[in-house]
Design a protein around this ligand. Structure first.
Ligand SMILES: [Zn+2]
Length: 155
């Protein structure tokens, strides 16, 4: 008989460790978003799917380019790719997901910072992480992200 065990640990990080954990979460989020963009681009240009191997290869390139990715352990980033893959496999079956629209146009799709803007402002400019995107495109990334998060949670 096999048994799957799920262990939970409570951790008590120091302030410095909290900073590190937050930074890693941020990288995971950025990696998820950029892998998602690459996936969409590849599909649009060649109708081919962007595989986990492609993501892995891109990560190796990114690690050479962005020094801050180097001090991050690679397992969480691998996990990000796995989640993205699973989310897409689930999507291909055709799923309708209801997403709460609040803040999708205000929140930064890269770092999550909430930036209040009036309807007349068509460009999303994030003072925190420097992301500049068309307002609607930023919102669509947030909606997609919310939908995918929902899938990851429910599956
Ligand atoms: Zn941002």
């Amino acid at each position: 008989m096999t048994m799957l065990l799920n262990l939970k640990y409570e951790i008590f990080p120091t302030e410095e460790q909290k900073d590190t954990l937050n930074r890693w979460l941020q990288y995971c989020r950025q990696t998820y978003n950029s892998a998602l963009l690459d996936k969409q681009r590849k599909y649009r240009s060649s109708k081919q799917s962007y595989t986990r191997e492609d993501m892995q290869r891109q990560l190796t390139i990114d690690k050479k380019k962005y020094y801050f990715l180097k001090d991050m352990p690679s397992q969480p980033l691998q996990e990000v790719f796995l989640r993205l893959k699973k989310a897409f496999e689930n999507l291909q079956g055709g799923v309708l997901i209801k997403v709460e629209p609040q803040y999708t146009s205000q929140d930064c799709s890269t770092c999550g910072e909430r930036i209040k803007k009036s309807l007349s402002i068509r460009t999303h400019i994030c003072p925190k992480c420097g992301t500049i995107l068309d307002r609607d495109y930023n919102a669509s990334l947030n909606i997609l992200q919310k939908g995918l998060e929902h899938l990851v949670v429910t599956n």
